[in-house]
Ligand binder design. Structure first.
Ligand code: ADE
Ligand code: ZN
Length: 347
């Protein structure tokens, strides 16, 4: 396959049309202001913003915490199973439009159970949308339960207990929310329990936190993938390990700029991560808050970084499949689909 033969002006269409997986999307971060307002009205929830425009205008973040405050407030409109279904279905339709063939979706149950919403309401609504996407859209998706790291490990054990009757409806656990001051080791016992239960393990690390958080997520939590992980380049020994073990990073370029992890997309390190041989992927994180869904992340990143061309597009899509938690046969099927797509582009 001679990827260099693909002209640069064909890149945007190629990025949009290529089959891909998304591995880092918080479903509550797909809640668009319009849906927040309609659910608030339906559920009689008072919002601190008078209009959709006023809410959108508040999406000017200075760091992760300034975003999380608004994100948790937005999620407070979700109350019924139908609300969770509608949110997830809206995301899955957008993913389908972006030629996503598989998505591994984070959800934050503690945000909802703390408001008295039963765990069953949350997961049954999300799962119904996923089942429907499989049947009607031909899109496969699975759920990853995230523990909120600003809460305690006992809180994480409590939600894990609530989740276990629904063990067949989620494939793994993750760790999200405010990173600084909440290191991975705070959750080492609950992650060990999840490992015994056969759950897949991921963790946000090295988004705002240092490279040490990535080491600890790998060594103390046994995380199989690192969410964000962009601070790994500060530590050459860590880079060697990520490359040798082909540990995937689920990178979210638009998120990183919105949360001031990088000042601009042009200064983002995704091209360097790939050049080092790290299994990096592109993802949308919280698309309703950060200016775009998956294809928008690809388009804006490639437009900002001239080092990224067709070879990197192929590598990123391939990495997204390699890094997914599906069986080897399914993975191979998607990679064949990707190869056939690129072969056609080269012809
Ligand atoms: N929850 C939702 N988005 C997040 C992010 N980017 N980092 C940590 N926790 C999150
Ligand atoms: Zn995230």
């Amino acid at each position: 396959m001679n990827l260099a033969s693909i002209p640069r002006q064909e890149l945007p269409e190629l990025l949009c049309r290529m089959p891909k997986a998304e591995l880092h999307i918080h479903i509550e971060g797909s809640l668009e202001p319009e849906l927040i307002f309609s659910l608030a009205e339906r559920n009689r929830v008072q919002l601190p913003y008078p209009t959709i425009e006023a809410l959108r205008a508040a999406y000017a973040f200075t760091d992760l915490q300034s975003f999380l405050d608004i994100y948790y407030a937005g999620a407070s409109v979700l109350q019924t199973e139908e609300d969770f279904f509608e949110m997830a279905w809206a995301y899955l339709l957008r993913a389908k439009a972006d030629n996503v063939v598989h998505s591994e979706i984070f959800f934050d149950p503690q945000t909802h159970t703390a408001r008295g919403v039963p765990f069953a309401t949350v997961i049954n609504g999300l799962d119904r949308a996923i089942q429907q996407a499989g049947k009607e859209l031909g899109l496969s998706a699975s759920l990853i339960l995230c523990f909120l790291r600003h809460l305690t490990e006992d809180d994480a054990f409590t939600v894990l207990e609530e989740a276990l009757p629904f063990r067949d409806k989620f494939i793994g656990v993750g760790l999200d929310s405010g990173e600084k001051g909440n290191p991975p080791e705070k959750f080492s016992r609950v992650f060990a329990r999840c490992r015994e239960l056969g759950l897949r393990l991921v963790a946000h690390a090295g988004e705002e936190g240092t490279a040490d958080y990535i080491w600890h997520a790998l060594d103390l939590l046994q995380a199989e993938r690192i969410d964000h992980g962009v601070h790994c380049l500060d530590d050459p020994q860590l880079v060697t390990r990520l490359v040798q073990q082909q540990i995937p990073l689920t990178v979210c370029p638009l998120s990183n700029v919105k949360l001031c992890v990088f000042p601009t997309l042009a200064s983002h390190n995704i091209a360097r991560l790939l050049a080092c041989g790290i299994r990096a992927t592109i993802n949308s994180d919280d698309p309703a808050y950060f200016g775009g869904y998956l294809n928008q992340n690809y388009l804006a990143t490639f437009a900002a970084l001239p080092e990224l061309g067709a070879a990197e597009a192929y590598q990123l899509a391939r990495n997204s499949f390699e890094a997914s938690f599906v069986d080897a046969e399914t993975k191979a099927g998607w990679i064949s689909l990707l190869d056939a797509f690129f072969q056609q582009q080269c012809a």
